[in-house]
Design a protein around this ligand. Sequence first.
Ligand SMILES: [Zn+2]
Length: 199
Amino acid sequence: MHLRTETALDFLEGRMEPGEETFWKEHLQSCKSCKHEITVWQQLGIDMKRFHLKSAPDEDLKRAIRIFPRLSERVQPALRHLLATIMFDSFREPAFAGSRGAAGAARQMVLRAEEFDIHIKIWGERDHRQMLGQLLPRGETFVRAARFHLLRNGERLETTGVDDVGEFHFTEVPDGDLSLQIDLPNLTVIGALNVREVL
Ligand SMILES: [Zn+2]
């Protein structure tokens, strides 16, 4: 549940029932998106008029209208898709090449997509291959909401969430044309792992 515009205005103008006000005060402590929404409205001035009232001064009205599209975008954010690039793959590095055939040799990879690095380790025998990964945002963090999907030929095999340090774990990593899909708010990252090719 998030602050809608009307609720935000009621809150700023002190028109709420005490219980409701307490609820939103507590919510604002923990919710960045609502906190931002309140800040935006506050910048318009706490004594602002509601933008749909005819009595609102022209200038206030214009400012409110300029802000409004941004508020709607947050309610229905545009979903972006990013392809992650492989920055490092131990099985492709000459220094590690000798370990490729070795039993139990772990493959280490680093994928990058804009503000995210994804560190991946794949290890185990063919039938019990596992993957441990970590999502490392280089900027603003919202990793807690991330969902990770292991795909083969575009089909979901396994889905997992993320723990407190941004780690995710897949317990059954088969052969094949694998990729990793990461769903974040507003953003989907897909990285090809090409396990068949090198393992
Ligand atoms: Zn909220």
